[in-house]
Design a protein around this ligand. Structure first.
Ligand SMILES: [Zn+2]
Length: 404
């Protein structure tokens, strides 16, 4: 009997605990529901045109889970997180990239060979597969190579033209084993292989630090921004720290964006190079200092913030105009300026949209989850930074081939 009573009481306890568990779950659901603008604590009230879908003062665990749920910051987090991984990939790709050389540069080969250690060249070539292939049209190949190396006999006293051809052919046996290749085709691929082999000898890659400084600045900005959008809703204190990190990221992106154009344009004019680099670095540091002031992230300072970052970016017009005056005849200078104008357009549009809060001001509440000004601003920032990366590649190719 006593046992039955115990059983009953155990059963009641169990069901009570189940009820309690359900209640806890329900309470959690209510607690971590998205809230509306008017329910937000004052420090989170930033954009009155985004009416709902806010996370407010959630614990960190819930915040990290919210990367994968829909709220009004989801796209802001993801646009810059994807941007960060894009730039990480570009950085890894650029680290392994060999200097760009196209066939047009074959005409420089005589100059390069003149400067090259011939024993090393010979050694390099000899390390290729040593078997002599069956060559269909040796004379034609000989004359083709001769035109590619017009001055070679003048500066190759120890190595005859023919010897070079022979050595090169030894390096490329598989090219000649395909009998269905026409002679022209073989010659063309031969030319390509010669260019690829000679390229590492003829190019003296210039320093990459300004290019990687820019990639580092871009990655820092994108990751800081993504983290800021994810974590700002946690608490007033974390919001304050993350916003400062976000502003520092923007200042770092703008400052380091100057490094490749300024360094590679003025690397032969150290005075201007140091002047411009010093100016933008100081301006970047000053901007970060100003952004540490508590008033800086207030909504009413939105236009001052935009103006400061925009002014920093616009000061880039100085060195770019200077570059055009110095190198107006250089195709790479014009090409990079085209990219820089496109980048300026992306950043300019981004700043305008950020400051005016278009389109949500026209239809408050309709763009809470997707399409609000900050989403558009983020996409334009990634587009601008990517354009700048492309310009950076043009600068590297220019200076790798021509030096000073
Ligand atoms: Zn942002």
């Amino acid at each position: 009997m006593g046992k039955r009573v115990d059983d009953i009481s155990e059963g009641v306890e169990e069901s009570l605990m189940k009820e309690e568990g359900k209640g806890k779950k329900l309470w959690k659901k209510v607690k971590y529901q998205l809230v509306e603008y008017h329910n937000l604590p004052a420090y989170m009230k930033d954009n009155e045109f985004i009416l709902g879908h806010y996370r407010a003062e959630w614990p960190l665990k819930q915040i990290f889970i919210s990367i994968f749920t829909l709220h009004n910051e989801t796209l802001n987090v993801w646009t810059h997180l994807i941007g960060f991984f894009l730039f990480l990939t570009l950085t890894i790709y650029s680290t392994n990239m060999i200097p760009n050389v196209d066939l047009h540069n074959l005409k420089h080969i005589p100059d390069v060979l003149r400067r090259t250690d011939l024993h090393k060249l010979r050694e390099d070539i000899l390390t290729c597969i040593p078997s002599m292939p069956n060559m269909p049209n040796l004379h034609k190949l000989h004359s083709e190579i001769k035109t590619s190396f017009p001055a070679s006999k003048d500066f190759l006293p120890s190595l005859s033209n023919w010897h070079i051809v022979e050595l090169l052919c030894n390096c490329l046996p598989e090219r000649f084993s395909h009998s269905n290749h026409t002679d022209v085709c073989v010659l063309r691929s031969m030319k390509e292989d010669v260019a690829n082999m000679i390229a590492p000898l003829m190019t003296q890659p210039i320093t990459r630090w300004p290019f990687f400084a820019f990639l580092g600045g871009a990655m820092f900005c994108l990751l800081a921004s993504s983290a800021c959008h994810l974590l700002c809703c946690h608490s007033k204190r974390l919001s304050y720290i993350m916003l400062r990190l976000d502003y520092a990221g923007i200042a770092a992106l703008i400052s380091t964006s100057f490094y490749p154009p300024v360094y590679y344009s003025f690397m032969c004019h150290p005075f201007f190079c140091n002047m411009y680099l010093g100016f933008i670095t100081l301006l970047g540091i000053a901007t970060i200092m100003v952004s540490l002031l508590p008033v800086f992230d207030r909504p009413e300072y939105r236009n001052i913030r935009t103006g400061l970052f925009l002014g920093m970016g616009l000061s880039g017009a100085g060195p770019i105009l200077h570059k055009l005056i110095l190198f107006w005849h250089q195709p790479e200078a014009v090409h990079t300026t085209g990219y820089e104008i496109l980048m300026g357009t992306f950043y300019g549009m981004g700043s305008l949209i950020y400051a005016t809060r278009i389109p949500e001001r026209w239809m408050p509440g309709k763009f809470d989850i997707a399409g609000h000004s900050h989403n558009l601003f983020h996409v334009l920032v990634v587009a601008g930074a990517y354009t700048h990366y492309r310009a950076g590649l043009v600068y590297l190719k220019w200076r790798d081939l021509e030096g000073c």
